[in-house]
Ligand binder design. Structure first.
Ligand code: ADP
Ligand code: MG
Length: 602
């Protein structure tokens, strides 16, 4: 006797439910998507006990007649596709015809529906796959589906559900993912009688985004858009200083559907590279529109992933439009906004830190004005005459003097810069003053210069009078061979010099201040860092960043008036000057208005 049996329909649905219905949040997603497909204008979601007790979704959409209501809960029952070709141009949220069947196989479901042009409403009850009779009843036009006691006959899965709080936060997340890209709808979410979200039709997506991310992250959202080669992009971009420790506030929507895509995430990360620290994620709301034929949604059971025909195009266009925006706006940290990322949840510790920060600002300002009085002479002990400097690197020498027109106007003989603790430069600006981290800014200036030079060929190199030798292991020797091209583009020449030894003959002239052997050794460490394996571009940037860091003036180095002037002037001419290459701020702006407030002058 054979061992193979064919599963009955309820078993099939329960297995499908394992994929599609993970928790109450997934039920909400599926039901709300059905309401949207039914052409609803208004959707109300009511939840009790994190959805464990009740999930109810009411819409004013097209509704179903008695016959459809009976069919809707059968597996593979759908009104959305009929023929194979339909799969290539899915315009509805659903199409697999398994959500209602799956949900009804794992919970007590009550559905009532009335088509828009009908006088008759019908209802039906399904208890874990056992369907009752469709009966006439009275109801408004549209559909309500109530789902009770999810997984109550599946203790293993019921046990897996978390606290009511955790489940409602998953529900809110699913709900807001839909609300953020369907601002043409009224959408309400209620938990235990309390309204969590109440979105009104035709609010802008910015207004909805502001509600979802809340706080100052929303205030600073920058808007950009593009339309090229059939791909329309609209984006709201969070400021770097309010970046978060996880990617929760990154929303990508494709034709009205929330998706996750590794190419797009990569493009976002790339766009923000150098503006935020590597372990931080900016808030980003990205809306993409493209022809239905240009991608496939039938690759994931919950349709959260899609397959683009041309993912390179999507990547480069997203990167392009985001980057252009970020490079075009002033991203200097405004003192009032600094640290506001923490303000999402103002715990006692954060409030304390905030109070301390205010105190520090007040003290720094008092200090500033005191020192300003005694026009202190600032004899430069440090000199830029080393092999690399902002001036010598050619970044801003010419433009430097001119750039003062942009708010750092300097009168003859007037002292406009002040160095604090040999590490920070204070400069007056039109709106107030700025505090610059001298190392961070110089690092950025050198880094940008190196990037520019390497992208237009190789770095200029200089022959060393005496070759510098260093020891290498066999593995390192292999790495050096494999990266020969990269090393050459950096302007470094070296040759084997006896067993286990290499000798450096030439080194980039821009990095003359750095010890060649030490630099190459550190570069070897980066070569063997596994995290760069798949991303050679990132590796190059990491090396240039290391070079910039080593070559830049250090914190604790005294600068002359001219050197400070040069540095501040160069700030105006390089890209991403608001952040060091690691993404930390180079500059904090203080406005006069802030000062006056702090000194209680207003
Ligand atoms: P799918 O959405 O993939 O078609 P579902 O199982 O989610 O599959 O729904 C099955 C069918 O039931 C839908 O195709 C639709 O015809 C109908 N339906 C479900 N929900 C609603 C609703 N809220 N209003 C009107 N029709 C609905
Ligand atoms: Mg559906």
């Amino acid at each position: 006797m054979g061992k193979i049996g064919v599963l009955d329909e309820n078993m099939i649905n329960m297995i499908a439910a394992g994929e599609v219905i993970e928790r109450p949040g997934s039920v909400v997603k599926e039901l709300v998507e059905n309401s949207i497909d039914a052409g609803a204008n208004k959707i109300t979601v009511q939840i009790e006990d994190g959805g464990k007790k009740l999930i109810s979704v009411t819409d004013d959409g097209a509704g179903m007649d008695g016959e459809d209501l009976a069919k809707a809960f059968e597996s593979h029952a759908t009104s959305k596709i009929r023929v194979c070709e339909d799969l290539g141009r899915i315009s509805t949220m659903g199409f697999r015809g398994e959500a209602l069947a799956s949900i009804a196989s794992v919970a007590q479901v009550y559905a009532v529906s009335k088509p828009a042009n009908s006088i008759e409403a019908n209802c039906v009850e399904i208890d874990c796959g056992k369907k009752g009779q469709v009966k006439p009843c009275s109801s408004d036009c549209g559909t309500t589906i109530e789902v009770r006691e999810i997984f109550y006959k599946l203790p293993a899965r019921r046990k897996f559900l978390r606290s009511s709080n955790t489940e409602i936060s998953h529900i809110s997340e699913q709900f807001s993912r839909i609300a953020l890209c369907h601002n043409e709808l009224d959408m309400t979410l209620v938990h235990n009688g309390k309204v969590i979200y109440s979105f009104r039709r035709h609010e802008s997506v910015r207004e909805r985004a502001a509600v979802v991310v809340s706080g100052q992250a929303a205030e600073g959202l920058m808007e950009t858009q593009s339309s090229e080669k059939g791909l329309e992009i609209f984006a709201l971009l969070g400021r770097p200083e309010v970046a978060r420790a996880n990617s929760k506030y990154q929303y990508v929507f494709l034709n009205g559907r929330f998706i996750r895509d590794k190419f797009i995430s990569h493009a976002i990360r790339e766009a923000y590279r150098g503006f935020i620290e590597p372990n931080k994620y900016p808030a980003v709301f990205l809306y993409l529109k493209m022809p239905l034929e240009a991608y496939d949604v039938n690759v994931h059971p919950t349709k959260i992933e899609v397959r683009f025909d041309n993912s390179n195009l999507v990547h480069s266009q997203v990167l392009g439009v985001l980057r252009e925006k970020l490079l075009s706006v002033d991203l200097d940290v405004q003192a009032g906004l600094a640290g506001s990322a923490e303000k999402f949840v103002p715990t006692a510790a954060v409030q304390h830190a905030e109070a301390e920060r205010k105190q520090r600002i007040t003290e720094a300002m008092a200090d500033f004005f005191k020192k300003q009085k005694f026009s202190q002479t600032n004899q430069g002990r440090f000199s830029f005459s080393g092999s690399i400097s902002a001036g010598r690197s050619g970044v801003g020498k010419m433009a430097g003097a001119k750039s003062y027109a942009r708010g750092y106007e300097k009168q003859e003989g007037e002292k406009k810069f002040l160095q604090l603790h040999d590490s920070y430069i204070i400069a007056q600006s039109d709106e107030g003053f700025i505090v610059v981290d001298q190392h961070a800014l110089h690092e950025r200036i050198i880094y940008e210069d190196l990037c520019k030079r390497i992208s237009s060929g190789k770095l200029e190199s200089q022959r060393l009078l005496i070759p510098e030798s260093f020891q290498v292991s066999d593995i390192q020797m292999e790495e050096l061979k494999q990266r020969a091209k990269l090393i050459e583009s950096l302007g470094i020449e070296m040759e084997p010099f006896g067993p286990g030894t290499m000798a450096i003959h030439s080194f980039p002239s821009l990095l003359g201040k750095i010890k060649p052997a030490e630099f190459v050794r550190d570069m070897l460490d980066l070569f063997t860092d596994k995290s760069f394996e798949a991303d050679s571009e990132r590796l190059v940037h990491e090396i240039l960043d290391m070079a910039a860091c080593k070559a830049a003036i250090k914190a604790g180095q005294k600068l002359s008036e001219e050197e400070m002037e040069q540095l501040i002037a160069d700030k105006e001419t390089v890209e991403r000057a608001s952040r060091c290459p690691h993404g930390r701020p180079t500059t904090i702006k203080f406005s006069l208005a802030d000062l006056e407030k702090q000194f209680k002058r207003t």
